[in-house]
Design a protein around this ligand. Structure first.
Ligand SMILES: [Zn+2]
Length: 147
């Protein structure tokens, strides 16, 4: 089997790619084209998740093991984001609960949570936070601020 580098997005997964279990929450990220849906990882559904994920195109093409459980991640950052994966092919990602954007999963490039912290400080995301009156985020800013 040859693997294509181009990803064809559609409203429904390809016939060769299994659909995520219906019990998993789906989101339409605010920074992705319409129809590019992601499923949110939930530790209560870890078994269903891994049963699906191990058959995704992404996992079949990549030998990498993704650490899904946020409980094992001690950073405060994980209060604001949830791990997720693209419905169409299983691409791992991070869903921001504040602004609805989807970010690259840190395990893909071993960037740790720095990209997530950076995102939480962007004006786009913090605008959402202030609109929602979320004060907790200040804790993160104080901890990572270097100035
Ligand atoms: Zn955000």
């Amino acid at each position: 089997m040859s693997s294509s580098s181009s990803v064809i997005l559609s409203d429904s997964p390809s016939p060769t790619h299994p659909s995520p279990p219906q019990s998993l929450q789906r989101v339409q990220p605010s920074n992705k084209p319409r129809g590019e849906l992601y499923v949110i990882y939930n530790s209560d559904q870890a078994k269903e998740w891994s049963d699906w994920f191990q058959l995704t195109k992404w996992q079949l093409d990549n030998t990498k093991t993704i650490e899904w459980s946020p409980e094992k991640k001690r950073s405060e950052t994980w209060k604001y984001v949830k791990p997720c994966a693209r419905v169409q092919d299983g691409l791992p990602a991070i869903h921001c609960r504040r602004c609805g954007d989807v970010l690259a999963h840190p395990s893909l490039k071993n960037t740790g949570t720095s990209t997530i912290v950076h995102h939480l400080k962007t004006s786009r995301c913090s605008k959402e936070a202030s609109r929602q009156g979320n004060k907790d985020i200040q804790v993160i800013f104080q901890k990572v601020s270097v100035s």
